[in-house]
Design a protein around this ligand. Structure first.
Ligand code: KG4
Ligand code: ZN
Length: 340
């Protein structure tokens, strides 16, 4: 049976090169190389990302296999991120994964990156005891590229309930941080400065129907606010950095929590789950936990290493896909807009 034994997982959808090794659905190794090169450009440069993946993929896979204590010949399948993501980045991981599988005579399978985030709660090491979400659960995925609500009824039975119609929440953090002169990625820095500030400034809230969201209007509102204040006080940003960060963070968190409340009115779930890089945000984690307590729901937020882009979540999604009988497909191609 393919799903049993050792699986190598590869993630290369954006700017992190990840490799993980699983044994019977448990994580034995989860390694990655980040790409510092993008910081100086204020965002991910696709061409530089694919070149860095090319440099990193062999050593990262090698380190993951060593940490798991196995050799490539022990593997029974290889899964890799097929999409969505940056084409040049995806190509490196997909081509590498498929070629390695072919040379070893084992199956390979392309995995949807978003399904990886949604199932990231199931990425556990053999010794981990964190409670797993029960189906059906409401998942809020918040990353630099995506913001969406998904009703998860099974490992492969998922329905998108709503999504951001423009920028992702992580993008809203990063672009706001850029306006404040903070380096990329600015989300963690807004979180850090916000801890010492008060949310004394308010920005326009988007009005979007149903469970869809919007963050580009908020961005414009923040920009206009900063421009206006700088006219009367050129040092406004440096003098008020903590309060501005707290205000931006509060606005983004309020948008997400209000929509989560609406989602809960429309679904019958006992579990809610937060995942994606922005799940690292301290205010969002706290607000999500508080909401779960108020509604007497079980709350699931994975450890940080499984929140940001990582290969363990791709491995776990691949493991369940194989277990549910999805056929490995050597012809599957990297797809930047892979449908859900
Ligand atoms: O999931 P991820 O690693 O990559 C994507 O798939 O996009 O998410 C990265 C995003 C970035 O926008 C980054 O600024 C944001 O997650 N992020 C945070 C925090 N940590 C990471 N945003 C706010 N507060 C944080 N603590
Ligand atoms: Zn991601």
């Amino acid at each position: 049976m393919i799903q049993n034994g050792y699986i190598l997982a590869i993630e290369s959808s954006c700017d992190d090169t990840g490799a993980a090794v699983l044994y019977n659905g448990k994580i034995l190794a989860n390694k990655f190389a980040t790409q510092a090169v993008h910081a100086q450009y204020g965002g991910v440069v696709p061409e530089l990302a694919s070149r860095a993946h090319q440099r990193n993929i062999v050593p990262v896979v090698d380190i993951a296999l060593k940490e798991a204590g196995i050799s490539a010949q022990d593997l029974s399948a290889i899964v890799y991120t097929q999409g969505p993501g940056l084409m040049g980045s995806l190509l490196v991981g997909a081509s590498f994964g498929k070629s390695m599988a072919l040379s070893l005579g084992i199956p390979s399978l392309g995995v949807n990156h978003m399904r990886g985030h949604i199932l990231s709660h199931f990425a556990q090491r053999p010794e981990d005891t964190l409670a797993l979400p029960s189906f059906p659960y409401l998942s809020l995925i918040v990353s630099g590229g995506h913001t969406l609500f998904v009703l998860v009824k099974g490992y492969s039975d998922m329905t998108i309930l709503g999504r951001s119609l423009d920028d992702a929440a992580g993008e809203a953090f990063d672009k706001s941080a850029k306006m404040l002169g903070l380096p990329y990625p600015g989300g963690p820095l807004i979180d850090k400065h916000a801890k010492a500030g008060q949310a004394v400034f308010t920005f326009n809230k988007p009005r979007v129907a149903n469970l869809d969201m919007s963050f580009s209007g908020l961005k414009t509102s923040i920009l206009n606010f900063l421009k206006k204040e700088i006219v009367s006080d050129p040092n406004f940003i440096t003098e008020n950095l903590e309060d501005i960060c707290a205000s931006i963070q509060t606005s983004i968190v309020e948008i997400l929590i209000e929509k989560t409340k609406t989602a809960l009115e429309q679904t019958e779930v006992q579990d809610i789950a937060l995942a994606g890089g922005v799940a690292a945000n301290s205010a969002l984690r706290q607000a999500f936990l508080t909401l779960a307590q108020e509604k007497c729901l079980s709350c699931h937020i994975p450890p940080f290493e499984y929140c940001t882009d990582n290969a363990a979540m791709i491995g776990i999604a691949g493991y369940f896909a194989l277990k549910e009988g999805i056929s490995p497909d050597v012809d599957s191609l990297a797809h930047p807009n892979l449908p859900f």
